[in-house]
Design a protein around this ligand. Sequence first.
Ligand SMILES: Nc1nc2c(ncn2[C@@H]2O[C@H](COP(=O)(O)OP(=O)(O)OP(=O)(O)O)[C@@H](O)[C@H]2O)c(=O)[nH]1
Ligand SMILES: [Mg+2]
Ligand SMILES: [Zn+2]
Length: 350
Amino acid sequence: MNNLYLYGWNENLFQQKQNSNYKDLIHARVTVTHKTCYEVVAEAGFYTCELAGNMLYGKSSSEYPCTGDWVIFNPLDAQKGIILDLLPRQKALYRQKSGAISERQAVASFIDKAFIVQSLDSSFNVRRIERFMLQAADEEIQPILVLTKADLGFNPDETGRALKHISGRLPIFYTSIQKPESIDRLRAYIATGETIVVTGMSGVGKSTLINALCRQDILQTGEISDSTGKGKHTSTRREMVLMPDSGVLIDTPGVKLFGVTNDNSDSLSEILDISDYQDKCRFNDCQHINEKGCAVIEAVENGEIDRGVYESYLKLRREAWHYNTSVHEKRKYEKTFSKMVKSHKNSNKM
Ligand SMILES: Nc1nc2c(ncn2[C@@H]2O[C@H](COP(=O)(O)OP(=O)(O)OP(=O)(O)O)[C@@H](O)[C@H]2O)c(=O)[nH]1
Ligand SMILES: [Mg+2]
Ligand SMILES: [Zn+2]
């Protein structure tokens, strides 16, 4: 018997199910998504499921279950079942679907915390962290920065400077698989029944970290190729792992670019720590691109806001706009935006 409360089941979900048409059917949580089938954990055991016809043909592929979803299913035998429906998805981490500009994809759902993993080597890139923070903020997922490979010899001052603007917004952990106490500190941050998605580029050490947190080699990890220093995409699926004495961790395969879909510019300003300046702009609806009396641009010019942070602000906003605007409007926005940026550049302020 599996105790689904350890897998994140709770009173709210129970009530939701009671109020649905599926009150007397069996619920389970998706632990692994494959191309056409799903592994789920139910109270009675583990099953491999396919989608019922109404789900397969009645929904678009972006509405199909993702790892972390709670589903209603019908067991066919002790190992196989059919997924009939999903409980309404909550707290999902989304990203732009690669190759499709206006489609998003749920990476994982019912997430409490996101471990944003980066390694303390040449691949370290604060811009990528901001991206994940923006996406997590969209669904009120708590972001936690995990900086791995602290044993490789990094420059703490340089790293601290790069993280200064976000350091008040998320806890930061420095870890190394060679220093068990660094893993213990992170483990202490995870509570029973909590779900944590582990995201980051390929090779940063996500699967290694999950194994260390679980004190077991559950997931396969990769070797760094000497020539490039980069990982080789070892993990290929989104997979949930139950920690022996606390929450659940969802491993994700590394992606090159994690495209944002959250276009809440206030939340972006908060993440990048520019809200205080924004409040001082002359115009209430200031876009901080080329307006007169823009306190944000002023702060960039006098060095109070790092130029890289400001450029990241523009880039992430443009990307989210691009995603959120319909094809027609998209063109209109792009034009005005690039015009504004151009005229701002011409006025020699950037
Ligand atoms: N020196 C050092 N190496 C580490 C550390 N953590 C992970 N590694 C190494 O980094 C390499 C990649 O680790 P993985 O855990 O496979 O990376 P991943 O993020 O899961 O990569 P993908 O599955 O491809 O997305 C492996 O060779 C690990 O041994 C660490 O703290 N220190
Ligand atoms: Mg991996
Ligand atoms: Zn402004």
